[in-house]
Design a binder for this molecule. Structure first.
Ligand SMILES: [Zn+2]
Length: 338
């Protein structure tokens, strides 16, 4: 084999090896093998030129120079190709298993608020909100609760200042709505309320209520029963029965408590309903004329109905939750169940 044939064979071998390199380290190893100053195969060929017969030195030297240029160019091209190809190849690797997106889910109380808002929305009620930090007028005076009333005891309220407190009921929103609008008014107000209760399975010092108010000409107690019975069947299921029992609240006259037939035992009696078959879920009544006068409504022209209930209790009944504290502990093992 002549020297030129040898160079041609080396060229084919070198280019094939470079093309087969599949990472940057492989390209670098080939660069050292072929071009390395100390032991590279192409520098070794150049060192051999002076020992050739004079007539062969020119063509052989030219062939070795061409070989060096070709290998150098191919090494650079391969290195660049590997760098740009790597991330692209990873992005389209369809053999990798899929990554499941981590979907959250609604808290049982959020679901309850949305479901109730939806039911009352279909009955023509608008959803409104009010502040959680209230003044005494909206929490007491406007609701016909006089200064000496036991509900105003500092031990039963979270006072933040002389006349400012965390609201103890969402009825405050009734007063705010009636101050800012003229009848007809038909609203529900869900939200947080605060009372210094001892925390146990049935009590929390922060819980949720939903308040309803409908004021117009000719609103009667029959409307009250109709709205609340319809709500109970829509929320608890078509088998839910309701009954009303006389009660007393400062801001309604007459007042009543509504009971719904126990969901757990179907009315036969169980520990949850204290063997009565009934569970009290809300207080309601016809708005006291004193409340209308406090906000400047004509108590002779208008009548109104009002109701308010514990959202937490309704959520617990519906979803079978036995301890109110579970609702506020943010334990994902509990929340994942809903
Ligand atoms: Zn029961």
């Amino acid at each position: 084999m002549s020297g030129l044939d040898e160079v041609r064979a080396l060229r084919e071998a070198a280019l094939a090896q470079v093309e087969a390199a599949d990472d940057a380290d492989g390209v670098e190893r080939l660069r050292i093998e072929w071009l390395g100053r100390k032991a590279g195969r192409i520098p070794a060929l150049m060192k051999a030129i002076p020992s050739l017969p004079p007539a062969e030195r020119g063509p052989f030297g030219q062939a070795v120079n061409d070989l060096k240029a070709a290998v150098t160019a191919r090494l650079e091209a391969r290195k660049a190709a590997l760098e740009t190809a790597r991330p692209h190849a990873a992005a389209v690797d369809v053999t990798l298993p899929g990554r499941r997106p981590a979907f959250g889910r609604l808290h049982p109380l959020s679901r309850t608020v949305r479901e109730m808002s939806d039911i009352f929305g279909r009955l023509g009620f608008e959803v409104v909100e009010g502040p959680e930090v209230e003044d005494e007028f909206h929490n007491f005076v406007g609701l016909n609760i006089p200064p000496a009333h036991p509900a105003r005891d500092p031990l039963d309220n979270y006072y933040l200042g002389d006349h400012v407190l965390l609201r103890t009921q969402t009825s405050t929103v009734q007063v705010r709505i009636m101050e800012s609008r003229r009848p007809p008014v038909r609203v529900v107000a869900p939200g947080r309320v605060y009372r210094p209760d001892t925390v146990d399975a049935g009590h929390s010092n922060m819980f949720h209520q939903l308040e309803g108010l409908w004021v117009d000409r000719g609103v009667t107690f029959a409307d009250l029963k109709g709205v609340l019975s319809t709500f109970a069947r829509a929320f608890f299921g078509p088998a839910a029965r309701t009954k009303f029992q006389p009660s007393y609240f400062p801001f309604t006259e007459p007042s009543a408590e509504m009971y719904v037939s126990c969901l757990l035992c179907g009315g036969a009696g169980c520990p949850t309903c204290k063997r009565s078959g009934w569970i009290e879920i809300l207080g309601c009544g016809m708005v006291d004329p004193n409340v209308f006068e406090a906000v400047g409504y004509d108590a002779e022209a208008y009548t109104g109905l009002a109701f308010g209930f514990g959202l937490d209790r309704c959520a617990m009944l519906k979803y079978g939750i036995h301890d109110i504290r579970l609702l506020f502990e943010d334990d994902v093992r509990f929340l994942r169940q809903f």
